[in-house]
Design a binder for this molecule. Sequence first.
Ligand code: TYC
Length: 101
Amino acid sequence: MSEIVVTPTAKAKPRVERPKLYKVILLNDDYTPRDFVVSVLRGVFRMGEAEAERVMLTAHMRGVCVVAVYTRDVAETKATEATDAGRHHGYPLRFSTEPEE
Ligand code: TYC
């Protein structure tokens, strides 16, 4: 029986990097009904009623509100899914993403 010895050609990276995190931001508009915003926050971002109301009202009053923080892929997927939900109902509801400082 022969043995094959494989010598590693590259050293393993000494440490793993923390993935960058991205904020999902809810933008206010004048047309999307408040209840619809709350239902999207509950459905896409798994928020409870009280939290979803608070986030919706903050965006309504201040123009924007941070919804949650995720890795880049998850943030972009959820922002797109939530924005599409509004568009499918004819609303201009928008969610954007931006990297955390
Ligand atoms: N401003 C909207 C209204 O008065 C409600 C709303 C709140 C829309 C938050 C978007 O991100 C938003 N019907």
